[in-house]
Design a protein. Structure first.
Length: 430
């Protein structure tokens, strides 16, 4: 990507704000940081590796030990496009055209040598300094993302689909776990209820910024510590909601379950259900998610997602897909428009039922089975955002709960621009 090409995309896709175009490009290409920019980042919230690596290179290849030095997110503003505040997750790529540097005392973002905007980092939350009885850091047990809006509780850092090499082909969760351990990071495989409660007690006492928590981890196919996946998560939800009733919006990323199992999660106190379908269409689902395809199957998966609306309410069922993975070079589309049309079929299927799929931007991680490869073109993401918003408005859906305020300058969701392209709420709606 050159700066001229970025400018052309901003002009060609005037239906969406420049902030969304640039955010998608940075997520697509990753970021690099100058020494000075990383030195300053030492005083701000670091990248906590909350679940996957979300980097374009392995830690062992990071010449400047970037994995310990970059911030979790950057916020860009101003620049030639007069950007409103735009929050973007950091994905390390030493070959990215985007570099965060320090020029005349200001942290700035450049593409291909051209100034894109000014940069701010997220301060370290005060509760990050609180001690835990295990000796672990708060950022390991209960990190925050989305500029402090979301507490991210990865309570199981492995996925059992890896046991038979049936993992989702874009996913590096187990291999990231291994590389983090090798790199010396204390990385907890299975977190306990007491350590989560202890960490949340600090947040409860000291923080007003976080509004939601996400409970998640890899899939549990048989059992973990003697319980199935639903019961494993239920114990956390029950404990959190008993100790801090409705203190935060509760969300869980888990598999697609039958309504009776969804009801167990709901009864425990879960408000928002994320049964991620990852990619639309049986053929791609089978190729990209072989474990989910074998154990549950595409048709059953999406039908369970639809049925779960009877438990949570359609607006509280928010399945994720991995935007762009349908263009992977191993088994994906070659043509951007065909890929967008295909994925839009899925958007229509869910949104016509009042369910709102959202997406994260595919990061071709080297430790994932698909391996490191070229990211999908920026035009794909622009067209996807346009199609996504068009379907959203067509079905008159409401801003999803648990994502903060929508619209340019407000959105905090940092791994795709879907919240940035939504209209801002009026004072009466917010
Ligand atoms: S279910 Fe798929 S995406 Fe989720 S952790 Fe397992 S392999 Fe990764």
């Amino acid at each position: 990507m050159t700066f001229a090409s970025l400018q052309h995309h901003v002009e060609d896709f005037m239906q969406i704000p420049p902030e969304a175009v640039i955010k998608q490009d940075i997520l697509r290409c990753g970021l690099r940081f100058s020494e000075a920019a990383m030195t300053i980042a030492a005083g701000y919230k670091p990248k906590d590796y909350f679940i996957f690596s979300f980097d374009l290179i392995e830690i062992k290849d990071m010449q400047q030990r970037e994995h310990l030095r970059v911030p979790e997110e950057i916020c860009i503003s101003d620049g030639p496009f007069e950007l409103a505040n735009t929050i973007i997750s950091v994905r390390i790529n030493p070959d990215s055209p985007y570099v965060v540097d320090v020029i005349e005392g200001r942290i700035t973002l450049h593409c291909d040598g051209n100034w894109v905007g000014d940069v701010t980092y997220h301060p370290i939350p005060s509760f990050y300094h609180e001690p835990l009885s295990s000796g672990k850091a708060m950022g390991e047990v209960a990190p925050v993302l989305e500029w402090g809006y979301l507490i991210y509780l990865t309570v199981y850092r492995m996925c059992q689909y890896f046991n038979k090499e049936e993992q989702c082909q874009f996913c590096d969760i187990n291999r990231n776990f291994i590389q983090q351990r090798k790199a010396g990071k204390p990385y907890t495989g299975i977190k306990t209820v007491p350590e989560i409660i202890e960490a949340l007690a600090h947040i409860d006492r000291m923080d007003q910024r976080a509004q939601a928590y996400t409970l998640t981890g890899g899939s549990i196919i048989t059992d973990l510590q003697g319980v199935d996946e639903v019961d494993f998560y239920v114990q956390f939800i029950e404990a959190i909601e008993e100790r801090f009733p409705r203190r935060w919006i509760s969300k869980a990323v888990v598999q697609a379950f039958e309504p009776k199992d969804c009801q167990r999660l709901k009864d425990a106190g879960l408000q928002i259900y994320h049964p991620n379908y990852e990619v639309w269409g049986e053929k791609l689902f089978n190729a990209i998610c072989p474990g989910k395809a074998r154990v549950i199957g595409f048709e059953t998966w999406i039908n369970r997602v639809a049925e779960s609306a009877s438990v949570f309410g359609a607006s509280h069922v928010i399945p994720n897909f991995v935007g762009g993975v349908e263009l992977n070079s191993v088994c994906g589309y070659k043509d951007v428009d065909q890929a967008v049309a295909h994925t839009t079929e899925g958007l229509d299927w869910f949104m016509s039922k009042g369910i709102m799929p959202r997406f994260t931007t595919w990061c071709p991680e080297p430790l994932a089975a698909l391996g490191h490869q070229a990211a999908p073109p920026l035009a794909y993401f622009c067209k996807l955002l346009i199609a996504w918003r068009e379907r959203f408005l067509h079905y008159g859906l409401k801003t999803p709960p648990g994502y903060g305020a929508p619209g340019v300058g407000n959105a905090v969701f940092s791994v795709s621009a879907f919240m940035d392209v939504l209209p801002a709420l009026s004072m009466t709606e917010s």
